[in-house]
Write a protein that binds this ligand. Sequence first.
Ligand code: HEM
Length: 125
Amino acid sequence: MNPFQSIYELVGENTIRQLATYFYEEVAMNAELRKRYPEEDLKPAERRLYLFLLQVFGGPQTYSEERGHPRLRMRHLNWKIDGTMRNHWLNAMLAAMDRLSLEPEARELMLGYFVKVANHMINHE
Ligand code: HEM
């Protein structure tokens, strides 16, 4: 089993929902990041992230039922993502994580996952 898939069991659904909510609150407060998100209303994006994280962290597979295979890197080709943008994204996620009282084990697993995937999302120098 992929180690990230134990996160759902460690923290539960509500914590993952809260993480997505806090993340998009951080996005709304960051001008550089906010202008990457084309939609006026961030709630639909928040729900997609929530369902996606539930799935990769070992919970229900609702994301793929609704959206199909994640193909995350391909979906992100719509936006120019360089190292600076990655840092904005990761900072917003770190701030969101800091607002939750996570067990150290869950925190380390999440952090490892987010750093890895955010690096993988870079598609521009
Ligand atoms: C590194 C910088 C990143 C930027 C600038 C970025 C930006 C975006 C933008 C603008 C969207 C469209 C919002 C929407 O769903 O309507 C999006 C979608 C999404 N992002 Fe990112 N993203 C980044 C990294 C990541 C990472 C690391 C993850 C996962 C851990 C992620 C997960 C998602 C998901 C699940 C969606 C919705 C995909 C869909 O079903 O359409 N993103 N991202």
